[in-house]
Design a binder for this molecule. Structure first.
Ligand SMILES: *[C@@H]1O[C@H](CO)[C@@H](O)[C@H](O)[C@H]1NC(C)=O
Ligand SMILES: *[C@@H]1O[C@H](CO)[C@@H](O)[C@H](O)[C@H]1NC(C)=O
Ligand SMILES: *[C@@H]1O[C@H](CO)[C@@H](O)[C@H](O)[C@H]1NC(C)=O
Ligand SMILES: *[C@@H]1O[C@H](CO)[C@@H](O)[C@H](O)[C@H]1NC(C)=O
Ligand SMILES: *[C@@H]1O[C@H](CO)[C@@H](O)[C@H](O)[C@H]1NC(C)=O
Ligand SMILES: *[C@@H]1O[C@H](CO)[C@@H](O)[C@H](O)[C@H]1NC(C)=O
Ligand SMILES: *[C@@H]1O[C@H](CO)[C@@H](O)[C@H](O)[C@H]1NC(C)=O
Ligand SMILES: *[C@@H]1O[C@H](CO)[C@@H](O)[C@H](O)[C@H]1NC(C)=O
Ligand SMILES: *[C@@H]1O[C@H](CO)[C@@H](O)[C@H](O)[C@H]1NC(C)=O
Ligand SMILES: *[C@@H]1O[C@H](CO)[C@@H](O)[C@H](O)[C@H]1NC(C)=O
Ligand SMILES: *[C@@H]1O[C@H](CO)[C@@H](O)[C@H](O)[C@H]1NC(C)=O
Ligand SMILES: *[C@@H]1O[C@H](CO)[C@@H](O)[C@H](O)[C@H]1NC(C)=O
Length: 849
């Protein structure tokens, strides 16, 4: 017995000795490791180049032990070894240092929600103890390192919301302990590796919003624990069933935005089902009745699937539903009157763009958590139930484009009721049959309103000045009604306003200049009212304005040049059908982004400014029915995208410039009722009599026979003018505005001199009559031996040099040297002389000899 105790005592001592020795050895190694961990952390810090919250300020060589640095945790058994690094949501920018991999005891890394970029270090693959890696919501680039397949203890891999590309590494399927894979919102390509089926513990597989291809691998069907499968917007193809049939634990299934086919299997536990835009179920094309058996379903998203027929009643058995999204289908029928009792947990009900009818069920107020009710573009009728005012959480109420009625003041009581919904942000009831005056209680709606529409109803009365209370309003559409009175000045307090449509009413008075205070405005429609007075110059303060429509009013005075400086205008500027007079300011050339300019039906006069040629994006130009005169400016030829040009009913004169036949997209040209003369071109838009209108110009001739114009008497005259314009187009860019005179010299002894001067700009003389001779020596000197310093430009037919030589009171001339080996060079030269001799333009050079 005693022997036994001795033996036991000895054994205990022995064990003690062994463990002490081991601890001593471990301690020695630990000191070394500790230094390595500190160095690794400092190295991590060194690659963080922005730390706005100074989160890493404690990370330094000071006295604070690194285990107490912010975001660093150390182990209990190995108190000097870093086991977790958590620096989430600190706006850190920079690279992830590979030295993180030197923290060999790391179990958790959370660097999510920062601004890290660069690559995911391959070295992380050596972290054998790592269980949790979250680098989501950063800007990481490059591929997912396949070495991560070596982190054999990994349970959670979250790389979502970065800029990762390349393929999903198949090595991940070695990680048999993985529970969550979140790679969504990246730019991953390739197929989903079939080996993913080996991850039998997987609960979450989230690959949505990537650029994957191919079918869903059949092995996904063996991920029997899977609760969430999110592959929406991944461009997958193929069938759904039978791959997924066995996934009986599935709670969330996101399939929308793919090209998948087949029926959805029954998933008893499903909470979330999204197969919007998926052409699922394309055989029956109706909502499967069986969906009603998914009794736990919380989210059912079936939008954009061409579904037809009625909504099966079984759906109203899904009492857990929170989110029901059936928008953009062709569903018919009515909503059951007790829908709010049947689906008491509804938060989002989105059924816009269908053919649903009947009344809006008053019982919806019993779905007391309802936040979004969107049923626009359907055929609902009847009044809007005031009971909706009981929905305390209501934030979006979108009922536009239905046949909802308000004929008596009591039908409007829904507005008063909605004043209880203090979180209401969107009220969209436009395009219904709402009549009469806006109820006074309107101004008691929530001041959180962002979006308010009553367009295209039959509303009358004035626009209440108290609308200024909705200080966060960004979108206000009251167009197409019978509102009268003036624009309330107070509307200019709605400084967040981006969209204002008051068009097609009978509003009158002046447009308040304070409207210009709404500097965030991007679309402003005030057309088709009875506004008078001048266009306020202050509108030019709307520096992001894309679209301005003031047409069909009685606005007078000149067009303020300030308004024409709005280069933000991209869509259109429509000032047509007013009483605007005076000339068009040359500032119109600032509208460099505008697609459509309509100034028609005013009293504008003078010439079209040449600057119009700077409106390079212009596609549609309406100047008809004004008092414009002069000729069509050559700069119009710069408007290469012009599709429609209407100059009719003005006093334009001169030739129809030939460049119009070279505008490639011009398919509507109306020059009627002007005083154009001369030959009508035959090419381009002039080839098709249905695309051009020239009537009411008695001096035009030629053109295609269908235009029924007189024959031209002098063909030569017209041809010459034709080439005039061509050459202007070619020469303006080459020669620019630098020069006053030109000498054109042909080598091989052609030295023709023609005398010309500014005093006789229109003089016509023959090329053959007078030759002023300039010797080759003179030219050689003047151009410094045709040195490259004096070279202005080179074209296909020759080169142009600047030359210093005194000639007819000027001291700089241009010499053009032809390359006669180039086929056509001589002919080109002759037609150039022919053209230039009668052409005058400040940006165009004149021929000396
Ligand atoms: C990390 O470990 C590697 C290899 O052991 C070593 O070369 C490197 O210097 C270490 N980095 C830091 C910052 O300690
Ligand atoms: C921290 O101290 C070590 C030695 O104590 C030194 O080698 C290292 O350069 C220091 N690092 C910094 C960032 O000061
Ligand atoms: C990191 O810290 C945040 C709070 O600062 C916490 O919510 C998060 O769960 C932590 N991450 C890990 C992986 O522990
Ligand atoms: C880690 O993974 C890479 C890439 O998958 C592999 O080449 C390497 O051999 C692995 N390293 C170890 C130590 O297993
Ligand atoms: C998946 O598991 C099967 C058998 O269980 C095995 O043959 C295959 O190699 C595994 N694939 C990967 C990529 O681990
Ligand atoms: C998606 O991948 C295809 C090739 O599979 C490629 O042509 C396409 O450009 C990619 N799209 C994006 C947005 O990366
Ligand atoms: C589903 O499970 C059944 C029975 O367990 C099995 O026979 C079938 O192969 C499985 N289907 C898929 C796609 O895994
Ligand atoms: C709705 O569920 C009840 C039982 O919860 C069931 O009796 C009824 O048949 C179901 N209705 C439909 C249309 O599926
Ligand atoms: C709105 O609130 C008032 C007072 O809180 C209440 O009397 C009224 O019934 C409510 N209206 C609706 C439609 O719930
Ligand atoms: C207006 O918007 C701002 C910023 O979103 C918000 O802080 C403020 O509470 C809003 N005002 C109202 C009255 O809702
Ligand atoms: C609005 O603009 C006018 C000038 O157009 C200016 O005098 C006034 O102070 C501005 N009001 C606000 C509230 O900014
Ligand atoms: C608005 O009024 C103009 C004429 O003033 C008319 O051409 C246009 O069709 C009207 N728009 C609508 C939607 O009624």
């Amino acid at each position: 017995m005693e022997g036994f105790f001795h033996a036991l005592f000895f054994l205990i001592i022995l064990l003690h000795v062994i463990s002490t020795a081991r601890r001593a050895a471990t301690a020695a190694a630990g000191i070394k490791q500790a230094a390595a961990d500190r160095a690794a952390l400092l190295s991590f810090k060194s690659l963080v180049d922005d730390d706005p919250f100074r989160a890493l300020s404690s990370w330094n060589n000071g006295s604070l032990h690194y285990c107490r640095w912010r975001g660093v945790s150390c182990g209990r058994r190995h108190p000097d070894r870093v086991t977790a690094l958590n620096l989430t949501s600190l706006d850190l920018a920079g690279f992830v240092s590979p030295s993180v991999a030197n923290l060999t005891f790391l179990r958790r890394i959370d660097l999510s929600d920062n601004k890290l970029d660069g690559y995911i270090p391959e070295e992380l693959g050596s972290l054998r103890r790592l269980r949790y890696l979250d680098l989501s919501v950063n800007s990481l680039r490059g591929t997912i390192p396949s070495s991560l397949g070596n982190c054999s203890n990994l349970q959670v891999l979250n790389l979502a919301n970065n800029k990762l590309n390349g393929e999903i590494p198949p090595t991940l399927s070695r990680l048999s302990g993985l529970r969550d894979i979140l790679l969504n919102q990246n730019m991953l390509q390739g197929t989903i590796p079939d080996s993913i089926g080996n991850l039998s513990s997987l609960l979450v597989l989230s690959l949505d919003n990537n650029n994957l291809s191919g079918a869903m691998p059949p092995s996904v069907g063996s991920l029997l624990s899977l609760k969430t499968l999110a592959i929406q917007f991944t461009s997958l193809t193929g069938t759904i069933r039978p791959t997924l049939t066995n996934l009986s634990s599935l709670k969330e299934l996101g399939l929308r935005g793919n090209n998948l086919h087949g029926e959805i299997p029954h998933f008893a536990e499903l909470l979330f089902l999204s197969f919007q835009d998926c052409s699922v179920n394309d055989l029956s094309r109706s909502i499967p009745i069986s969906l009603g058996q998914l009794s736990s379903l919380e989210n059912l998203i079936l939008g954009m699937n061409y579904l037809t027929g009625e909504i099966p009643l079984s759906l109203y058995n899904l009492s857990s539903l929170k989110n029901l999204e059936l928008a953009n289908n062709q569903l018919e029928g009515t909503l059951p009157s007790d829908i709010g009792n049947a689906l008491p947990n509804l938060q989002f009900l989105h059924m816009s763009y269908n053919q649903l009818g009947g009344r809006i069920p008053a019982s919806l107020s019993n779905a007391s958590e309802l936040r979004h009710l969107e049923i626009t573009v359907n055929e609902f009728h009847g009044t809007i139930p005031p009971s909706l005012g009981a929905l305390q959480s209501l934030s979006r109420l979108e009922l536009a484009v239905n046949r909802l009625e308000a004929r008596t003041p009591s039908d409007w009581s829904f507005i008063t009721a909605l004043t209880n919904c203090t979180g209401l942000r969107v009220l969209d009831v436009g395009c219904n049959l709402l009549q009469g005056m806006l109820p006074k209680s309107l101004v008691n709606l929530s001041t959180s309103l962002l979006y308010l529409t009553f367009y295209s109803s039959q509303l009358s009365g004035i626009i209440p000045a108290e609308i200024r209370k909705f200080i966060n309003l960004t979108y206000l559409d009251m167009g197409i009604n019978n509102f009268r009175g003036t624009i309330p000045i107070d509307i200019s307090h709605l400084w967040q306003l981006q969209y204002l449509d008051l068009s097609n009413n009978t509003l009158s008075g002046e447009i308040p200049p304070t409207l210009g205070n709404l500097t965030r405005m991007d679309k402003l429609y005030l057309g088709s009212n009875e506004f008078e007075g001048a266009i306020p110059r202050t509108l030019s303060n709307m520096l992001v304005l894309e679209l301005l429509n003031l047409s069909n009013n009685r606005l007078s005075g000149s067009i303020p040049q300030e308004v024409l400086t709005l280069s933000s205008l991209t869509n259109f500027l429509d000032l047509s059908h007013n009483l605007l007079n005076d000339s068009l300011p040359s500032e119109v050339g600032n509208l460099i982004n505008v697609r459509e300019l309509d100034l028609s039906n005013n009293r504008l006069s003078g010439e079209i400014p040449d600057t119009i040629g700077k409106c390079a994006i212009l596609e549609i130009l309406h100047l008809e029915n004004n008092l414009f005169q002069g000729s069509i400016p050559p700069s119009i030829s710069n408007l290469r995208g012009l599709k429609k040009l209407d100059l009719s009913k003005n006093f334009y004169s001169g030739q129809i410039p030939a460049f119009l036949d070279e505008l490639p997209d011009l398919h509507y040209l109306n020059l009627s009722f002007n005083s154009f003369e001369g030959r009508v071109p035959m090419k381009g838009v002039f080839k098709n009599a249905s695309e051009v209108s020239l009537i009411g110009n008695s001096k035009l001739c030629g053109g295609i026979p269908e235009l029924h114009l007189l024959k031209c008497t002098s063909d030569a005259f017209a041809t010459k003018h034709h080439s005039d314009y061509k050459l202007r187009v070619i020469l303006i860019p080459i020669c620019g505005a630098i020069l006053c005179l030109i000498i054109i010299i042909c080598l091989l002894g052609i030295h023709h001199l023609i005398k010309n001067s500014q005093r006789k700009p229109q003089s016509r003389f023959s090329l053959r009559n007078r030759h002023a001779k300039v010797s080759y020596d003179e030219l050689l000197r003047a151009t410094n031996g045709f040195s490259s310093d004096n070279l202005i430009g080179t074209g296909s037919f020759g080169s142009v040099y600047k030359a210093a030589m005194n000639y007819e009171n000027v001291d700089t001339v241009v010499v053009k040297v032809l390359n006669l080996q180039q086929h056509g060079a001589f002919r080109s030269f002759m037609s150039e002389c022919e053209a230039l001799r009668s052409t005058r333009h400040r940006n165009l050079v004149k021929i000396l000899t």
